[in-house]
Design a binder for this molecule. Structure first.
Ligand SMILES: Nc1ncnc2c1ncn2[C@@H]1O[C@H](COP(=O)(O)OP(=O)(O)OP(=O)(O)O)[C@@H](O)[C@H]1O
Length: 293
């Protein structure tokens, strides 16, 4: 990852009285796989729509490849946005969508597109409106991958895919990314599934960005401490406590911060890593929000 290709500064979006995004700021760097995580209605789609020029922010600025994205052809030719509810013209067949991809995206790889169509067993002659939900998702995935756009956003396009096809998507994405690095944003609820894939985590909670962290750094930052309450308290004293539960005579605390493994062992406290999914659940639990900086 190096220079930013997207800069979001203090962006808010209001729909009448509803605030969908509230003072969001972050950067997306050239080449990297970002996980855009958050609960239902957190503001993920709204943010992606603003990044791709489909919606205006109510306040703040968005710069994509050095310019505002709205109606900017130079910028938008470098961007692919695949959403679950992707619409295509009524008469389009699968092959028409692929043809359009070839025309629209300068980096489109026709051979890769055909391989993907084969992998996902898509019927090229079938009208898009007659595809099953999973096939429609697969078509979105094919376009998103084969476009090789320098900024590719997937807004849960794979919800219709079964587990085997989702794995195929993750595998193809990783393999192609290794050969043709670009900036990929995956918005998803299936955090466990993508946790090995994503390099950076952006977590939105009720319109606010509550986490903007390197995934690897995050993995070591949050742990659970299980042991006698007094020993857990002592170890947790210098960390942010995200959650606490009692298991008979033992206490289990989920904390964010540095805890020395040797110290924990000596105090009879079991130290265990927290999965990204657990971490997100803990952080987005409403009454614990004050623990998140
Ligand atoms: N056009 C609109 N008019 C009014 N409210 C809207 C509009 N678009 C989005 N919202 C509201 O903004 C909030 C954020 O919606 P958004 O679709 O961005 O969430 P999301 O994180 O993508 O959710 P999900 O994971 O459920 O798809 C929601 O409360 C939603 O109802």
């Amino acid at each position: 990852m190096n220079s930013p290709i997207v800069t979001v500064r203090d962006v808010s979006k209001r729909f009448r009285t509803m605030t969908a995004l509230d003072g969001v700021s972050f950067e997306l760097r050239r080449n990297g796989i970002y996980g855009l995580l958050g609960r239902n209605g957190a503001g993920k789609t709204t943010l992606m729509r603003i990044l791709t020029g489909q919606q205006f922010a109510s306040a703040g600025t968005v710069t994509v490849f050095g310019a505002a994205p709205h109606e900017n052809e130079r910028v938008l030719r470098q961007v692919t946005f695949i959403k679950e509810s992707q619409r295509y013209p009524d008469t389009f067949r699968v092959r028409d969508v692929l043809f359009a991809g070839r025309l629209l995206f300068p980096q489109w790889d026709e051979r890769f597109a055909r391989d993907l169509v084969h992998d996902f067993q898509l019927p090229v002659k079938r009208q898009v409106k007659k595809l099953s939900r999973g096939m429609l998702s697969a078509l979105g995935v094919v376009v998103g991958l084969a476009s090789r756009a320098p900024l590719t956003l997937f807004d849960e396009p794979y919800l219709g895919l079964d587990a085997v096809s989702r794995q195929l998507f993750y595998d193809r994405l990783l393999a192609d990314y290794a050969e043709f690095p670009r900036t990929v944003v995956l918005s998803t609820h299936l955090i466990d599934e993508v946790s090995d894939l994503i390099e950076h985590v952006l977590l939105i909670e009720r319109g606010r960005l509550v986490l903007d962290e390197d995934a690897e750094a995050l993995r070591g930052q949050v742990v659970t401490l299980t042991g006698p309450a007094s020993a857990v308290d002592a170890l947790a004293a210098n960390a942010d406590e995200l959650h606490r539960e009692h298991l008979g005579s033992l206490t289990r605390a989920t904390v964010r911060g540095r805890v020395e493994a040797g110290q924990a062992r000596a105090a009879g406290v079991e130290l265990a890593p927290v999965s990204l999914q657990q971490l997100v659940v803990r952080i987005t639990t409403a009454d614990l929000k004050e623990h998140v900086s």
